[in-house]
Write a protein that binds this ligand. Sequence first.
Ligand code: 2NL
Length: 327
Amino acid sequence: MQIPQDLIDTAKLKLKSVQSEAEFFQLRAQFLGKKSYVISAFASLKSLDPKEKVLAAKELNILKEKLHAIFEEALEVIQNIDEVSALDVTLPSDPYLVGAEHPISKVAERVISYFSALNYQVFSGNEIETDYFNFEALNFPENHPARQMHDTFYIKSKSKSEYLLRTHTSNSQIHSMLREPLPLYMLSPGRVYRCDSDTTHLPMFTQIEGLVVDENVTFGDLKGIIINFLEYFFDEKMEVRFRPSYFPFTEPSAEVDIKFGDNGWLEILGCGMVHPNVLTNCNIDTKKYRGFAFGMGIERLAMLRYGVQDIREFYSSNLDFLNQFTS
Ligand code: 2NL
């Protein structure tokens, strides 16, 4: 009598894909039930001669015992699978990991979305610039401290014909005033560079500046836009304070503070009416046109929005930090 030797392996293999008790009993009937190979083989033993019968019966019994043991063991495993850990084929599959938009990009987009809705154009400009477009055209005096080597990254030497890394995005606004027709409503987001590094400063950061040049624009227009923007950005009514300040490129100038929790006032951006010297440098008739401008640091806004304590987190490439911004 020929006894199939792969029966054990086949049973083991089929048991692996069993997912319910019902399936288990069905499979057990196939291998050990009345119509199974093993049980029907016992019935056919009587047709064999006595010597062969003993041998075949012994082999069949061993096979039956092995199958019993396998099924016994498998039943225990199946009965231990509780409802929770049972495979639920209706569950959604694991999501594809496509990364997260960087928090600085998200905040920049939020700022841009407000001004785009007011028809401001977006011009990002170049990060490598000449002294003229970064300082001179913006009415910085010859000896202004920002122009010094320990504040500005110069490429090669500090001679006027050489290049530097822009310290603000205003260079892009100078280029735009020289190039674009008036009136001009623009926003310039981009990376800027200053020799500075601690928990609230980085040698590279992101700035967004806005510029309007039109007839009859006033400081009142500027105030209105800024307050409305801050309420859009923080999604709530804000207490806003305009504090007199100084920038070489605006006159008058103001720093804007918001009331933040119990910490009192917090500086959030700078702004002012464009200095007539800046307009003149861009061939704009100051009798006909006036301008207002403002500038803000995106990392600072992002730190407030997301409660980030150390500005360096944004550029540490730490996925545990970055993956918090997936939504
Ligand atoms: C700040 C302050 C400011 C401007 C930026 C500007 C640009 C041109 C002309 C006049 Cl082309 N002004 N930009 C004006 C006032 C303030 O930024 O604290 N930024 C982080």
